[in-house]
Design a binder for this molecule. Sequence first.
Ligand code: ATP
Ligand code: MG
Length: 245
Amino acid sequence: MPLLQLEGISKKFGQVVVAKEISFQLEAGDAVGIVGPNGAGKTSLFAMISGDIKPDAGHVFFEGHELSHLSAARRARAGIGRTYQVPRPFEHMTVFENTLLAAQQGARARGQKAYNLAYGSLERTGLGDYANDAAGSLTLLRRKRLELARALATTPRIVLLDEIAGGLTDLEVNELTTIIRGLRGEGIAVVWIEHVVRALTNTVDRLLCLAGGAVVADGDPHTVLSSDEVRAVYLGGKTLNPLEQ
Ligand SMILES: Nc1ncnc2c1ncn2[C@@H]1O[C@H](COP(=O)(O)OP(=O)(O)OP(=O)(O)O)[C@@H](O)[C@H]1O
Ligand SMILES: [Mg+2]
């Protein structure tokens, strides 16, 4: 049974098509990248998996269960973790309190177990030294890390990462890809939307390209990035050097 399966997901906002019969599936420990031009429907796809918006048609199955009637909170408890493209921590709470809340709400952990999950996720994402700072005082890059830490504190079976590598130095990109490869090693599936293509090619073994809400390519990263269709819709016809963004 696949870990996550999408079947014929379609969605329009008014006249704007954000998803057009999207179907794919993945297994535990898989790592899939998603690329595509601005407005392609990438974030909307995550929102339909995590339960923030409802598709007009189609189904999402997680571990064989249909999710349509489950709230976003129930989906998080079932093991679907996500980060938001625009980080949204509780600004007045500390960094630690933000992850503690994620452990309590998303993993239903209490007491020492919740503490360990919260602190462990901060250590893992390199935020241990900022545990007692107000989340609102973090730089954008650290807020993105906090998004990842909050997702990990929920003990996910899958994490949906929405543009967490933008603006990072090469060293920071390497740190991030090491963290993400570690998740795969634990059997956590990763779906990663990213414009920083070199971060993806270092991490995933499958790439989807979305354009106009449709999957225009799905396969191994180098084949997808060099396909004429992907170059036309995403790269403006240029040849992509995977070491560049
Ligand atoms: N809640 C909403 N109501 C109306 N239109 C929306 C809503 N959310 C997204 N859209 C529109 O749907 C389209 C797809 O948006 P989405 O955020 O999914 O794109 P994206 O691929 O994530 O783009 P980006 O690379 O810029 O993050 C855009 O035209 C956007 O303006
Ligand atoms: Mg987006």
